[in-house]
Design a binder for this molecule. Sequence first.
Ligand code: SF4
Length: 288
Amino acid sequence: MSKIRFVSPSQLDTYRRCSLAWYYSKIEHAREERVAGVLVLGSCVDVSVKSIVHAVRERTGIPSPADAEEECRRAWASELLAREGTPIVWGERADAAKSLEIAIGLVQAFVALPDLGQRIDRIVELDLKVDVPLVNPLTGLSEPGLRLTGILDALEKSPKTGKLRPLDWKTAASRSAWSDPREVQERLQSGLYSAAVHQLYGDAASDEMSYFVGMKTKAVTWADVDVELDETHRRRALLTAIHVAGAMSAGIRVPNPGFMCGSCSFLDRCRTWHETPASDMKRDIFAA
Ligand code: SF4
């Protein structure tokens, strides 16, 4: 397998969750056998929210709940169209109709935020394209031929310090996954985007990472999850990225069965993975 030259936080997370699923998707570009309904819902909310933020920044005003619903239904239809022919696995708690209802509820709750105008005013850039050399924190040197890439939902001014911080919109099934600040600080996305913003903006960069999370709870709601990061978090994330990129380049992939397998896009393929020769691994990683 050829050397990996670009890594993004989401790609690294996919690999860490299951290197075999990553391999089928990113290296083989295998056809997806199915797609998880939660991804459709998350993507629909993300697209709708961004489209509303774009419109407000262009001075069209905050949309009404009815306009927000229309925007969401449009995004939903386009998500389904993009996946036409691929079965969607809806969860036990939410079929297609319920999922659309949740998505509409989240988008309407977003436009109803009393401080939405201020939130949008502090955004400096939407969909910031990140493409920077991946710097090894132990040497201070760029890893040869390896870049950190990705699309950051937004770059905004911290309401606390006025400095620039990454902002990402998410959806979550419950608050519990976002209740432990240490876990959020250790997320690769937090450390890597914080490192990239420091690399790009120097002293103007904040040490914060901000997530705005749409909670798919009984009464849908949005919650701020802001964390402070220090050099330790950024170093840890950068080193993790470098090691994972090394494993990717070596062709290392193994199944990692877990609760995600039921909706995995490559479940059928995975069942016969043991018939795959490992002859494309470039080097003996255990050699002295
Ligand atoms: S079915 Fe599970 S173990 Fe197999 S590739 Fe998918 S996530 Fe990995």
